[in-house]
Design a protein around this ligand. Structure first.
Ligand code: 4NP
Length: 146
């Protein structure tokens, strides 16, 4: 199973989800490949947000090696499942979609009514802590139910 996790900038939510889900999958010995990308190009080639790196380190996962990359249409061929972090990511992704089969691969990382993992980018470190906790719960749920 090849999974891509997508947010807007690929510096906060999706790279945190990538390293957290990788850790969960390692513990459960699941043969999954997990990567991440962002719909915008603003942070392409750069590291994860330093607050995300710090919170991950505090909680036992390494985000220091992340290099942000932009989502591309070819990713629909390269991955079995694409998890998105919020409805606005879906809106941005529509620019890359050329047929319904591609939409069929797209799921919300948070599948409750809000369909949202809130963006901590405009917040402070406590928002990153909350984001980590939410992602960790959701990652465990995904690994248990997929
Ligand atoms: P992310 O947060 O989507 O969780 O990586 C954001 C980071 C940067 C921007 C938007 C969201 N930005 O527009 O620069």
């Amino acid at each position: 199973m090849k999974i891509l996790i997508v947010c807007l900038g690929n510096i906060c939510r999706s790279p945190m989800a990538e390293v957290i889900l990788k850790q969960v999958v390692l513990e459960k010995k699941l043969p999954w490949t997990i990567e991440s990308a962002g719909t915008n190009r603003y942070h392409k080639g750069g590291p994860a947000d330093e607050r995300a790196v710090r919170v991950c380190k505090k909680r036992g996962v390494d985000l220091s090696q992340h290099i942000a990359r932009r989502f591309k249409t070819k990713d629909f061929d390269l991955y079995d499942l694409i998890y998105i972090m919020a409805p606005d990511v879906r809106d941005e992704m529509s620019e890359f979609v050329t047929d319904q089969k591609q939409w069929d691969k797209v799921k919300y990382f948070n599948d409750d009514r809000s369909q949202t993992v809130p963006d901590p980018w405009y917040g402070d470190e406590s928002d990153f802590e909350a984001c980590f906790s939410q992602i960790e719960l959701l990652a465990r749920k995904i690994a248990d139910t997929l």
